[in-house]
Write a protein that binds this ligand. Structure first.
Ligand code: 5GP
Length: 188
């Protein structure tokens, strides 16, 4: 695996800077707090990419809330493509039966991963199940996903940062950016 010496040098374009991301998350938090007023919610985050988003979103919500974490991976396929066959690497650690569940996703691309997760989580009989995604890339959608809260709609580009990785790196960048094409083409 190629290890970059300067993460910033690999970024061709900053799509969403830190201020824009944080401002939008404050708006989402205010809206979610108003929509669920008087109730308690359970945020379910999908590791690892959604970690920074959930950490910031939960602190923008003023309601009583619980959090839980899942980790999933797609079977087979290239590293930037979703196959739709999802394997659960880490399941919920609490019951969501009778709970108001809000899934916190980093990005929806084809929608195949979330389509699977929605069916899986509905089987656990929550009172309600809604979806909040930081990023939406509708251009490549293969299945319709009822998204309740969207941070930003972005073009069909592979992005990294603010939790999102390429080869497990770049997650710690405070912004969302597009990698330079030569990073993909770099020899092993
Ligand atoms: P989907 O099943 O909707 O096609 O894929 C969702 C998952 O694919 C996301 O949770 C994320 O892990 C990965 N993914 C999709 N698009 C991007 C992207 O532009 N950048 C990164 N880093 N991951 C992506």
């Amino acid at each position: 695996m190629r290890t970059p010496t300067d993460l910033m040098a690999d970024i061709g374009e900053v799509l969403l800077d830190e201020d824009r991301i944080q401002a939008r998350i404050r708006e989402l938090g205010a809206q979610i707090s108003a929509d669920y007023a008087g109730r308690r919610i359970t945020l379910v985050s999908v590791l690892k990419g959604s970690l920074p988003f959930m950490a910031d979103l939960m602190r923008s919500i003023t309601l009583p809330l619980r959090i839980d974490l899942m980790e999933v991976s797609s079977y087979g396929g290239a590293t930037t493509e979703s196959s739709g066959l999802v394997r659960i690497l880490k399941d919920l650690s609490t019951s969501i039966e009778g709970e108001e569940v809000l899934i916190c996703e980093d990005i929806i691309d084809t929608g195949l991963t979330l389509n699977y997760l929605i069916r899986y989580l509905k089987g656990k009989r929550p009172t309600s199940l809604r979806i909040c995604t930081l990023l939406d890339k509708p251009a490549r959608r293969l299945v319709e996903i009822p998204v309740d809260y969207t941070g930003f709609t972005i073009p069909d580009q592979f992005v990294v940062g603010y939790g999102l990785d390429y080869d497990e790196l770049y997650r710690n960048l405070r912004f969302v950016g597009v990698l330079k094409p030569e990073v993909y083409a770099a020899p092993e």
